[in-house]
Each structure stands twice: as structure tokens, then as C-alpha cells.
Design a protein around this ligand. Structure first.
Ligand code: TEU
Ligand code: CA
Length: 537
């Protein structure tokens, strides 16, 4: 496939409100991100993805936007952003922003106008429906509420929301609205940003058939509806193709065949995607399923489009807690998972704190959780009569707050994140798990990421090489190869708490990188090795 800068890039995701607070208000800010650009550069990342920082009532941490053109006070000012962008570019980092255009905040001027009068031209920017038999049009749920329909008494109609009640969905059928969105995208691209991460972009088109669904909890009816590819092709044609930018679409509920329709280069829609087969189908680690998903996506996108590799982000529990071992093998496990995401086919994404092996949390009370998804679900289940303790425990492992606790920089109060009271409790393990401590240790996770990133950068086989799973049926050991022309890499991972034999054809290969020092006959728990050979030699 054609080589491009973004296919070779490593992305570092900054959840800025939890990154570094520079004015003591308890929220991380853009100035904090600017100050830490050298840190991100030192790690070796090429692109910084910033979660939304636009004006927002913050019901869903910035994913409910009230003004696409302004920076929210917590984050700072437009000048702060411009300085950040300029300094990032000056040290060779690119910056991509979150594009949230499936919905706005209910406080966006468009929605306020739409609500105020059925005759307003903005009314049709949103999706309205008359009651059916005096009730909501159907039994569809939303991500964050028991129904995707919210009644608006004044106009006696329901509006549609895929997420919270405070996040009404935009009506992409309206051509004027689409032009408004394209104009806004050009505004940011003209400032010099390098692309977009597109929030739930495959939800833009809505299902026409409004009949009840058999299982309202399977939200797939919200996504991938007819018309979606027309919108994305139009967006590409009118906006994206005119810039040297990259796009990554957040695309839940797709198989590889459906995913290919979004990123197939000949279709001129998106560059890359995040699919959620791992996140949605594997609450905890499942090696055989994981291997199958990797094989399927490799085959499905091969020669057509580009994938991403991530095991956590601001919505998903930290990988070492959810998929690895965050106790006695934390350091090895964090490195093994990194080895996976940086050597499998696709762009690797690092979520802030992952590079030091940060872990999830289990707070004692629902009051300590801020995540609207979790709080709403908790309220719904408790109202249905379930035991409150039990509900809390059941929601803890996958709470989005697991990954949203503040960044742990050092051993100072609040981990050096803030001099004020952090907007959300910090993980108490910051006393020994923080950037400063990690860097001072011989087995630093950060330094391992550095080596891994450098290795990938210097070896096109790890980026463009063919992928083959050499051990599809082993439930503990993952072995695969990446080959390009005369170069061959074999990656060997013991994803388990036990010792295993090296199962493999690594005879005569050179051990280039590993996450621990061991005797070579056996693989220690969570050991990761990268072997190399070249026919050139
Ligand atoms: O997330 C959408 C979302 O919840 C899913 O993509 C989910 O992660 C996936 O189906 C796997 O279960 C995005 C943002 O990342 C999130 O923070 C926002 O709350 C949400 O959209 C609404 O904008
Ligand atoms: Ca701040």
C-alpha cells in the first residue's frame, strides 16, 4: 500500500483535563499540555490527539459541545491553543482534534433555537418525532439513558439522542447543517491542525425503520445506517481532500467487511478507524478471541485501508488492569501489552499514563465517580430495585473513570498534577507509580516504550510488513511474524502468569528487544520478545 506519514505515526492521546493543571483550578489545561510537549516528544510519539476542549456545559466531559469555535474556560484560551499548536509543530509533533458532530450540547445555540420554535430554520438541525400512542416512538435505548427519545412538552414532540438527554443528535439529512459542520472543520484545519479523531462518526445516519428492536440493549441499530457513506464521501470531497491531514473514525459495531467500507482508500472517506470488537467483546482478556479479531481485521483491510491498535482510551479501563496483570507483574505486563500494540498491523495509540503502566481504580462510593455513563446506569439499576453495593461493584471494572484519574507525575501532593483540588480523585498508588519514579528505575516502562517506538520507526517491516499468526490455537502464548522483502520479525508474547516453553521457530534469529532479562529456554510470566532475521546478512 501507498506509504504515508500517518501510517508510520504513533499517536499519544491527551485527556487534557487529567494531564497537568497549571493554574490550580483542579483541571488540566492546554497550557499544561504545552508544557509537557517535550515529554511526549521524548517518548517518541509523532501525533498528539486532544480530547474536546470546546465550550461545553461538560455533562459528558466536553463531548457535549455548545460552541465549536471557542475554547472552554477550564481548558484555557484560543491563544493557549495556538501556542500549543505552534510549539508542537516546532518540535515535529502533529496535533489532531476531536470532531464531535453526531450531536451537540442541548445548550448549543442551534438547539436552543430549535426548541424555541417549530418554525425556526434550526428546528430541522435536530431529529424530532411525534409521540406514538402517547409514548416515545419506539423502545430504542441510548448509550447513556433508558430511551433515545426525550419529550419536549412545549412542542409536544420527542427529540432523538444517541447519548445523554443533554446531547441531542444532529440531523445530517439537512444540507445546511452539513455545510455548517464543514465550515467549522475548515476553521480548525486552516489554523493548521493535522487532522481529526471523529467521534462516533458512523452514527451520523439514522435508521429509517422505527419499529421496536428485539434487544434494545444491543445498540447496534444506532450505527451504520444507509446514507452514512454518502455523508463521509461528501465530507472528504468538500473538506478533507484539500488538506494534508489524517482522520481516524470512531466506528463501533462493525465487522472487518463493514469497516473496510469506511477506510478503503479508493472510496475516499476516512484514513483509519477504531473498531470496538476487542473493547466490546472482551470485558477481560481472551487470547483466542483476540487472535481471531487480529487475523480477521488484517485480512479484511489488507490492501484496502489502515487499522489502529489500542487497548484503552478515555472510555475504556486501563489496559494493564483490564487485560494484563496490574499486581505482581505490572511492569512486565504493561510492556507486553505495549509490544502488542506497537507490532500488530495498524497505527499504535498510547493513552496518557499507559507509558508508565498506570492502573485502574475502584472507588468506594458512587459519589467519587463522575462518569455520566456510570452514574446514569447506577441510578437506573438502583431505581429498578437492585442492591446499590452490588450495582456499584458490577459497574466498577468497566467504569470510564478508570482511565480518567489524573496523570501521576511525581510523589508530590496529587501526584504533581495540580496544586489545587483535582476535579477527580487521583489513584492512591501515585506514591510509587508516577513518571519520576518510573524514569528512575532500571526497568522503566517509559524507556521500554521509547525503544519500541524507535524500533518500529526504523523498521518498515513492523509497519508495512505482512502479518501472520504462527500459533493461532495457543491460549497463552501469542506468536506472530511481520515480514517485508528480506526482513523478518517474530514477536513472542507470554500473556500469562506462568512460565512456558519458547514454542518456536526462532532458531538462528537475533533477539532485538525483550521486556526482561531471562534465561532463553523458558518464557517467564508476561515475557515479551522481538526476534529478527534478515536474508541480507
Ligand atoms: O464514545 C462513544 C462510545 O461510547 C463508544 O464508542 C464506545 O466506546 C464503544 O462502543 C465501545 O463500547 C465517544 C467518546 O469517546 C465518549 O467519551 C463520549 O462520551 C461519546 O462518544 C459521546 O460523544
Ligand atoms: Ca487548570
Amino acid at each position: 500500500m501507498k506509504r504515508t506519514w500517518w501510517k508510520e505515526a504513533v499517536v499519544y492521546q491527551v485527556y487534557w483535563r487529567s494531564f497537568l493543571d497549571t493554574n490550580g483550578d483542579g483541571y488540566g489545561d492546554l497550557e499544561g499540555v504545552r508544557q509537557k510537549l517535550p515529554y511526549i516528544k521524548e517518548l517518541g510519539a509523532d501525533v498528539v490527539w486532544l480530547n474536546p476542549f470546546y465550550v461545553s456545559p461538560d455533562k459528558d466531559n466536553g463531548y457535549d459541545i455548545a460552541d465549536y469555535y471557542r475554547v472552554m474556560d477550564k481548558a484555557g484560551t484560543m491563544e493557549d491553543f495556538e501556542r500549543l499548536l505552534q510549539e508542537a509543530h516546532a518540535i515535529g509533533l502533529k496535533v489532531i482534534l476531536d470532531l464531535v458532530v453526531n450531536h451537540t450540547s442541548d445548550q448549543h445555540a442551534w438547539f436552543l433555537e430549535a426548541k424555541a420554535s417549530v418554525d425556526s430554520p434550526k428546528r430541522d438541525y435536530y431529529i424530532w418525532h411525534d409521540p406514538v400512542d402517547g409514548k416515545a416512538p419506539n423502545n430504542w435505548r441510548s448509550y447513556f439513558a433508558p430511551s433515545c427519545w426525550e419529550y419536549h412538552a412545549e412542542s409536544e414532540q420527542y427529540y432523538y439522542h444517541s447519548f445523554a438527554v443533554e446531547q441531542p443528535d444532529l440531523n445530517w439529512e439537512n444540507g445546511t447543517l452539513r455545510q455548517e459542520i464543514y465550515r467549522m472543520m475548515r476553521f480548525w484545519l486552516d489554523k493548521g491542525i493535522d487532522g481529526f479523531r471523529m467521534d462516533v462518526i458512523n452514527l451520523l445516519a439514522k435508521r429509517e425503520d422505527l419499529s421496536d428492536v428485539a434487544d434494545p440493549y444491543d445498540l447496534s441499530y444506532l450505527a451504520n445506517n444507509p446514507g452514512i457513506h454518502d455523508y463521509l464521501q461528501e465530507m472528504h470531497d468538500q473538506v478533507l481532500q484539500h488538506y494534508d491531514c489524517m482522520t481516524v473514525g470512531e466506528i463501533p459495531f462493525v465487522t472487518p467487511a463493514e469497516g473496510a467500507l469506511y477506510v478503503d482508500e479508493s472510496r475516499r472517506e476516512l484514513d483509519t478507524l477504531f473498531h470496538f470488537q476487542i473493547a466490546d467483546e472482551m470485558p477481560t482478556w481472551d487470547m483466542l478471541r483476540f487472535k481471531e479479531i487480529q487475523r480477521d481485521w488484517y485480512e479484511g483491510l489488507k490492501g484496502k485501508g489502515w487499522n489502529s491498535q489500542f487497548l484503552n482510551n478515555h472510555d475504556h479501563t486501563r489496559q494493564v488492569t483490564r487485560y494484563g496483570n496490574d499486581r505482581e507483574h505490572r511492569i512486565a505486563s504493561a510492556k507486553l501489552l505495549a509490544t502488542l500494540t506497537h507490532t500488530l498491523p495498524g497505527m499504535p495509540y498510547i493513552y496518557q499514563g499507559e507509558e508508565i503502566g498506570m492502573t485502574g481504580v475502584a472507588f468506594d462510593s458512587i459519589d467519587e465517580y463522575q462518569d455520566i455513563a456510570m452514574r446514569n446506569r447506577y441510578a437506573e439499576e438502583v431505581a429498578n430495585g437492585r442492591d446499590a453495593r452490588e450495582v456499584l461493584t458490577s459497574l466498577q471494572l468497566l467504569s470510564r473513570d478508570n482511565s480518567r484519574t489524573p496523570m501521576q507525575w511525581n510523589t508530590l501532593k496529587h501526584g504533581g498534577f495540580s496544586k489545587g483540588k483535582p476535579w477527580m480523585s487521583i489513584n492512591p498508588n501515585y506514591t510509587y507509580l508516577n513518571v519520576e519514579t518510573d524514569l528512575s528505575q532500571e526497568d522503566s516502562v517509559f524507556r521500554y516504550y521509547q525503544r519500541l517506538i524507535r524500533l518500529r520507526r526504523e523498521n518498515p517491516a513492523l509497519i508495512y510488513g505482512e502479518f501472520m499468526d504462527l500459533l493461532p490455537n495457543d491460549p497463552f502464548i501469542h506468536v506472530y511474524e511481520r515480514t517485508l522483502e528480506l526482513e523478518r520479525f517474530v514477536i513472542v508474547l507470554n500473556h500469562s502468569n506462568h512460565t512456558h516453553d519458547v514454542p518456536l521457530p526462532v532458531e538462528g534469529m537475533e533477539l532485538l528487544l525483550s521486556n526482561m532479562v531471562t534465561e532463553h529456554e523458558k518464557l517467564a510470566p508476561h515475557e515479551a520478545r522481538i526476534y529478527y532475521s534478515s536474508l541480507r546478512h
